[in-house]
Design a protein around this ligand. Structure first.
Ligand code: PAF
Length: 283
């Protein structure tokens, strides 16, 4: 039977659990998650195991990155199933603080990221989001003090924001983004896919199909705005309410007018029924 990882729930317990690794100068990788783990998360764990001797997975549904009208209350929580999957994956330690441990009474400091965090993509529709993400991820980084932290590229703007935050705060770790894991039909794996009805699930692959089609046409030299406009129509025809489909510089997330301004990343966010999905692809 796979051995259960150590589960730490307070900062002193976490420090105590990490201490033997540090004493032996073992490298540590952190995979930050909000739980409800799927094979995309487990791919991050696998990569973490290649890059460090010890792997810590944090499971924390972070209240500060949800607006009051969003799905904090209903976000899927499956702690025991997650721990079982992490035991099978041979993870060393699960860092699972409560909101009161992460944000104790009197907590008063919040990061306000700029740059990619104000690109006019996710931030336009979720203005509170990157402040909450940068704050909690900076705390996770200082709590665990990993050598490397592994994120999925599905939350592409988040990856850019976190990478910049670690650099700006001189945090001594490497932030790594791994390619999105997809279903056979192209739908990006996400803990929120469980919200989709059968009918919505049938429509959902249109996001990736459109990204792929737009990327190929832009690469072939067709005008970016015309290609995106047609892509937007395709997505809205598939019952989605589109937030954005845009082409941006892959690092700064600044708008681009032509392939010469690249490397280009296409990013999309759209809602079907009550579920908001995001995805992105390199051109
Ligand atoms: O991508 C996520 O799951 C979350 O935004 C993160 C990075 C764990 C911060 O809460």
């Amino acid at each position: 039977m796979a051995s259960r990882p150590i589960i730490s729930r307070t900062v002193p317990a976490l420090r105590k659990a990490l201490q033997p690794y540090r004493a032996k100068r073992q490298t540590i990788a952190l995979v930050p998650t909000m739980g409800a783990l799927h094979s995309g998360h487990l791919a991050l764990v696998k990569e973490a195991q290649k890059r460090a001797k010890r792997v810590v997975v944090s499971i924390f549904v972070n209240p500060t990155q949800f607006a009051p009208h969003e799905d904090f209350g209903s976000y899927p929580r499956r702690f025991e199933a997650d721990v079982k999957a992490l035991s099978e994956a041979k993870v060393d330690l699960v860092w699972a603080p409560s909101p009161a441990v992460m944000y104790p009474e009197g907590f008063a400091t919040r990061l306000a990221p700029e740059g990619a965090a104000l690109a006019g993509l996710e931030d336009k529709f979720r203005p509170h989001f990157f402040g909450g993400v940068a704050t909690v991820v900076s705390k996770l980084f200082t709590q665990v003090a990993p050598d490397v932290a592994i994120f999925g590229q599905k939350d592409y703007q988040q990856l850019r924001v976190v990478t910049q935050m670690a650099k700006d705060l001189d945090l001594p770790l490497k932030v790594i983004g791994l390619p999105t894991v997809r279903e056979k039909d192209g739908l990006a794996l996400s803990s929120r896919n469980v919200y989709l009805s059968e009918l919505e699930r049938g429509h959902a692959p249109v996001l990736y199909r459109t990204l792929k089609n737009c990327a190929a046409r832009i690469k072939a030299g067709e005008p970016i705005e015309m290609v995106l406009e047609e892509g937007r129509l395709e997505i809205t025809r598939a019952e989605f309410a589109l937030d954005y489909l845009d082409a941006r510089h892959a690092l700064s997330l600044a708008p681009v007018a032509s392939v010469k301004d690249g490397p280009i990343r296409l990013l999309v966010a759209a809602k079907i029924g009550k579920t908001r999905l995001i995805d992105n692809l390199a051109v």
